[in-house]
Ligand binder design. Structure first.
Ligand SMILES: [Zn+2]
Length: 305
């Protein structure tokens, strides 16, 4: 009987054993990425299905994005703890999608300052209730204790240069996936945290509130920065060539093929059928689920005068 129970014990523990435990990976000295899984939010990943990052400075840690819940934020904090004992002094939000900011309150309660551009904070406030209701379906009881908190003094300019703990960060709008999305550029390091502008390994999603026009423009600005290392919003840390192939080229495709067809008033269905099969992007995860809807939304955006 005892032997049987001992056999059963690991099986009973197995759901927890599969839980996603974030790990910091070094990008350059003192700069780390935390790469989340590519799939949907669930109780095992606590909504951490995105990328995060942090910079260790002598004055404390700068965290880029805070996770989708209190428990998710605690997991990010544990990943930081594995690298440094210094406290998280600043949390910079690159966006307003749930996993970018719903952990803010956890870090603020321990003394961190939340930093975001004004439209980012405004979009967070606008979508907070909807996001919490959606997350409840994915995370259930593990959402408990999560309180929406956006930056109390959001930055009014379109691009802000921050000096934090001796590190220079440029926070600038991209406005692609959500209105008010931004990137964090470390000019001295050549490292770019793109927020939800760049997706690699999986196809990017065009949501009803996304803008393909802005995404294309922002990617062209990104390429002009010539970043040495890119920490994308989703997918593994990469170089510019990979980001170009898996995000930049896709935005160009949506704008130049789908957008052009919409402007020429070609029929939508025939256009979507014509471009349903794109070998260049087909190997990306979520292609089957997202590609047609992405084209549909791009068409509607470019159809508008
Ligand atoms: Zn995202």
């Amino acid at each position: 009987m005892l032997r049987f129970l001992l056999f059963l014990f690991p099986l009973l523990l197995s759901p927890a054993a599969q839980a996603f435990i974030p790990k910091a990976e070094k990008v350059v000295d003192n700069v780390y990425a935390i790469v989340g899984p590519l799939g949907q939010r669930n109780a095992d990943n606590d909504g951490l299905n995105a990328n995060f990052g942090f910079v260790v400075t002598p004055a404390g840690v700068i965290l880029v994005d805070s996770g989708a819940s209190k428990l998710g934020a605690e997991k990010l904090e544990a990943a930081i703890r594995a690298v440094t004992d210094r406290p998280v002094r600043w949390v910079v939000n690159t966006g307003s999608q749930d996993h970018r900011w719903l952990g803010n309150d956890h870090f603020a309660s321990k003394g961190a300052q939340v930093i975001a551009l004004a439209r980012t904070a405004a979009t967070q406030a606008q979508f907070a209730d909807q996001q919490l209701a959606g997350l409840k379906n994915f995370l259930g009881d593990r959402l408990a204790g999560t309180a929406p908190l956006h930056a109390q003094k959001p930055l009014q300019q379109d691009s802000a240069t921050l000096e934090l703990g001796g590190e220079t960060l440029v926070l600038a709008y991209t406005d692609a996936h959500y209105p008010g999305d931004a990137w964090v550029w470390l000019p001295k390091r050549g490292v770019l945290f793109t927020g939800d502008l760049v997706y690699v390994d999986r196809l990017l999603g065009v949501l009803p509130m996304s803008s393909v026009r802005q995404g294309q423009k922002a990617f062209h600005r990104l390429a002009a920065l010539k970043p040495k290392v890119i920490v994308p919003g989703h997918g593994r840390v990469c170089d510019l060539a990979k980001a170009q192939a898996e995000t930049g080229d896709y935005y160009d495709f949506l704008a130049e093929k789908i957008g052009a067809a919409a402007k020429d008033m070609e029929p939508m269905d025939a256009t979507l059928n014509k471009f349903a099969d794109l070998p260049r992007f087909k190997s990306l995860e979520n292609y089957d689920a997202l590609h047609r809807a992405n084209m549909n939304r791009a068409f509607v955006e470019f159809e508008a005068p």
